[in-house]
Design a protein around this ligand. Structure first.
Ligand SMILES: *Cc1c(COP(=O)(O)O)cnc(C)c1O
Length: 446
């Protein structure tokens, strides 16, 4: 059985009576007119379906918690949806923690992760009662113990480790290999545990955390990851008599950006993880642990599309044809950052056959601001609405105001209804934090 991360398009995508693309019962051309472009559109049905697919896939294992990796895309509305679906939140900054807590997430189900958390972020996490903190390094052990002591609390922690597993994804999104900035090397866990036992009385170690990378297509990697963690847990049990009860496997399941991509289903991943937990718990003589998983991209990626309006074009003599849209690397840095590849369709003429090979360029002042290299599309004319699929993850969350361009709006669609979940920025927003020092004001009358 396939799951929604294996489809390029949101599950409600179709062509309507007007001959336009429709998602969540909303005509994309109408959405572009109503809200302007660029516009991020999120399909609520796809998000909820994938969240339910995750829960169902792990149903047969009794001790599983799902945490959504907020960094993929977080707004208060997304927090509400995933909280309703029973998810906790994996967060990596004070800003993400603030968003989750002000949107009513259950802090006990959350985890705070990151390789250089500040003392004030750690204090905030302790005060808000975040369920687990994944401690990344020696400095953090000391800082967090101080923060916990100051609040007169004991904090449950995981140790983030690098399991030494390489996955075949872009090097910038690999994290589990040994030469990584994240977590303790497995040769350093003893020292961390000894410090914990001797000095850090306000920290309670409950398990291990790892995350091996992102946009992963190989299921066997999860089997190996579980094995490495359980083997380490059994070593810790023998050496220190500590019975750790949790393993957090991170996220990483891939999605389908193009026809060439074949990500595994959520069921296949779950199967591998559960099999490995059962086999390796037996092999290493451990009680079966509580499993935490933290999908980000695979929860939100497929649900989101970006709409752009087509503008100018340039035919390089005897060369490429460039067609420019009204967004680009500021609303989606992934193509320029990781050579990420996307699939696009013309929302106002989705059934027209492709007739030319074009390169879709962004509007930002960098030659590298190219969204798609050489793709076959119908003839693109100024005013056409181009729909980019699979922009839900690491799009808005990585966006910037480069060139002082306002960040686009995001809308949530469901059952023919569309609701703004993030307002479009305006010029006032862009200058709202600027300050002209007084001495300029006095002398020049600003
Ligand atoms: C980024 C990250 C995730 C989510 O990764 P996806 O590829 O988006 O699923 C989960 N856990 C940790 C620790 C991460 O850093």
């Amino acid at each position: 059985m396939t799951t929604a991360n294996q489809s390029i398009k949101p599950i409600t995508t179709k062509i309507n009576k007007e001959g336009n693309l429709e998602i969540g019962g909303c005509d994309l051309v109408e959405l572009a007119q109503k809200y302007g472009t660029p516009l991020y559109v999120f399909d609520e049905a796809t998000i909820r379906t994938i969240a339910k697919e995750y829960k169902k896939a792990f149903e047969k294992y009794p001790k599983v918690s799902m945490l959504y990796a907020s960094k993929a895309f977080m707004t208060k509305a997304i927090v509400r949806i995933l909280d309703e679906e029973g998810f906790g939140f994996d967060m990596v900054s004070g800003g993400e923690i603030y968003t989750a807590s002000t949107a009513g997430a259950d802090m006990k189900k959350c985890l705070f992760n990151g390789n250089n958390k500040s003392y004030s972020e750690l204090q905030m996490a302790v005060e808000l009662g975040i369920g687990l903190i994944s401690v990344d390094n020696f400095l953090e052990l000391a800082l967090l113990d101080n923060a916990a002591k100051a609040a007169n609390k004991t904090v449950d922690i995981l140790l983030r480790v690098t399991p030494g597993i390489e996955c075949h994804t872009h090097e910038y999104i690999q994290t589990g290999h040994l030469d990584s900035k994240f977590g303790f090397d497995l040769t350093q866990t003893d020292e961390a545990i000894e410090q914990l036992l001797d000095e850090y009385k306000n920290l309670n170690l409950v398990g291990l955390h790892a995350h091996i990378g992102s946009q992963i297509f190989e299921t066997s990697i999860y089997y190996d990851e579980v094995e490495v963690l359980l083997k380490e847990m059994s070593r810790i049990k023998e050496k220190y008599g500590l019975n750790l009860s949790h393993i957090n496997l991170g996220g990483g399941l891939g999605i389908k950006y193009t026809e060439q991509d074949c990500p595994p289903s959520i069921n296949e991943i779950a199967e591998k993880i559960i099999t490995s937990v059962k086999e390796n718990s037996k092999k290493y003589n451990l009680e079966e642990p509580e499993i935490h998983i933290e999908p980000g991209r695979s929860i939100i990626g497929t649900s989101g599309v970006t709409l752009y309006t087509v503008g100018s074009s340039k035919q390089v003599p005897k060369g490429k044809k460039y067609v420019a849209v009204d967004g680009g690397m500021a609303d989606n840095p992934r193509p320029s950052l990781y050579q990420a590849v996307y699939t696009a369709q013309v929302a106002n003429k989705p059934e027209e056959p492709p007739v030319e090979t074009v390169t879709i360029a962004g509007r930002f002042c960098e030659s590298g601001d190219i969204l798609i290299q050489e793709t076959k599309l119908p003839e693109l004319l100024p005013g056409d609405i181009l729909c980019f699929y699979d922009t839900g993850a690491y799009g808005y969350s990585m966006s910037s105001n480069y060139n002082r361009v306002e960040k686009p709006a995001a809308v949530l669609v469901n059952n023919a209804q569309s609701d703004i979940i993030i307002n479009r920025e305006n010029y006032e927003h862009l200058v709202s934090l600027d300050v002209i020092p007084d001495r300029f004001k006095k002398e020049q009358g600003y």
